[in-house]
Design a protein around this ligand. Structure first.
Ligand SMILES: [Zn+2]
Length: 92
């Protein structure tokens, strides 16, 4: 049997989901799973909060979709976090 994913694995998966969240591509179940993790993980909570603020700001400004430029920057930030924050993948 496989071992349970570490919290780092979960965080990494969540970051990838956040990218889809920004694009509005997450299903209800995926969003719930994400929120559950956020409640138990201050690190991801902080990250998601910052990104959500950016998204909310845009929506309040009247944009139904994020401007491509902002989306690109948000994605770039997530990619950077994935590259720097996550430890090298272990193959055991
Ligand atoms: Zn996390």
């Amino acid at each position: 049997m496989k071992t349970t994913p570490t919290s780092q694995d979960r965080c990494r998966a969540l970051l990838e989901e956040l990218s889809r969240f920004i694009d509005g591509e997450l299903t209800g179940a995926e969003r719930r799973s994400m929120v559950r993790h956020l409640h138990s993980c201050p690190c991801c909570q902080h990250l998601a909060h910052g990104l959500k603020q950016t998204v909310d700001l845009c929506q309040k400004a009247g944009a139904t979709r994020l401007p491509g430029d902002l989306r690109t920057r948000a994605r770039a930030r997530i990619t950077m976090l994935l590259a720097s924050g996550a430890p090298a993948r272990r193959r055991s």
